[in-house]
Design a protein around this ligand. Structure first.
Ligand SMILES: Nc1nc2c(c(=O)[nH]1)N[C@H]1C(S)=C(S)[C@@H](COP(=O)(O)O)O[C@H]1N2
Ligand SMILES: [Mo]
Length: 260
């Protein structure tokens, strides 16, 4: 599918330009640097060229590996077992009752069972997962292409981001802002390697890795890859969601565009 007409959030390529210009160091858990936007604007004449290059690079495929490269042990990180009664009940019955809810700026809000997702166009890919904490593992993922889901529910023209809401909270808060969530723009949403994975290494996705469904967005760091996805929402802006920065870790200082 063509990327023409898909909106690209300006922040994302400013951040990328900053990274390309070497003004942005990769953030760890603390002390996340902010890109020097003033310097980037000063270099605005080269922005168009950079933007074009970035769009091209963002439609490129992430490197794929062979079966022999698959890590014997794939580390699990963050939540490894959501502890709500709702999630436990779903897991106990093998997620038969689980439904992915797709809502927001779509013509046809829908619910998908796992069996329903398995009928959509799928993709399998062996990729390297890089966590911002400094470890990497190679795994094989199979799942429904997010583009197929979005084509089925039909995005409204105002939709610019796809938000993923997860079953787990990493931090106990009264207002729900400790709930894990993420979002990506439409360039990533329609990228062929962006899948909602229900299998890992040819087996049903284990609970530790996000059962029954987790996002794979292979051009970015691990924290973008929401596990335990319960709900997908198409939005025009993510400013009013939780801390307003686009995801659980973004609200705590990480970059919204975590390109690798
Ligand atoms: N729902 C949810 N998704 C999540 C996390 C989490 O804690 N909760 N952790 C993120 C981080 S930081 C990483 S590195 C990967 C880890 O995926 P893995 O457990 O399959 O290695 O999941 C990401 N997605
Ligand atoms: Mo991570």
């Amino acid at each position: 599918m063509s990327l023409r007409g898909k909106t690209l959030d300006r922040r994302s390529f400013l951040t990328k330009s900053a990274a390309a210009a070497g003004t942005l160091a990769l953030g760890g858990c603390d002390g996340i640097p902010t890109p020097r936007l003033d310097k980037i604007f000063a270099a605005s004449e080269s922005l168009t060229r950079r933007a074009q290059r970035l769009l091209l690079s963002r439609s490129a495929l992430a490197k794929e590996y062979s079966e022999a490269d698959i890590s014997p042990q794939f580390r699990a990180n963050g939540t490894t077992e959501p502890d709500t009664p709702e999630y436990r009940a779903l897991a106990e019955t093998n997620f038969i009752e689980w439904r992915l809810e797709v809502s927001g700026l779509v013509e046809q809000p829908s619910q998908f069972s796992l069996a329903g997702l398995r009928q959509l166009p799928s993709r399998a890919q062996i990729t390297q997962h890089d966590c911002v904490e400094g470890w990497s593992c190679i795994g094989k993922w199979r799942g429904a292409q997010l583009s197929a889901i979005l084509e089925q529910v039909r995005l409204k023209p105002e939709a610019r981001y796809i938000v993923f809401r997860c079953a787990d909270a990493l931090e106990a808060t009264l207002d729900g802002s400790g709930q894990y969530y993420e979002n990506i723009d439409l360039v990533d949403a329609f990228h062929p390697q962006t899948i909602l994975a229900y299998e890992m290494n040819d087996k049903p996705l284990p609970v530790a890795h996000g059962a029954p469904l987790r996002l794979r967005v292979e051009r970015q760091l691990g924290y973008k890859m929401a596990k335990y996805v319960m709900q997908i929402e198409a939005v025009a802006s993510f400013e009013s969601i939780a801390g307003g920065k686009g995801g659980y870790w973004e609200d705590r200082g990480y970059e919204w565009y975590a390109g690798i």
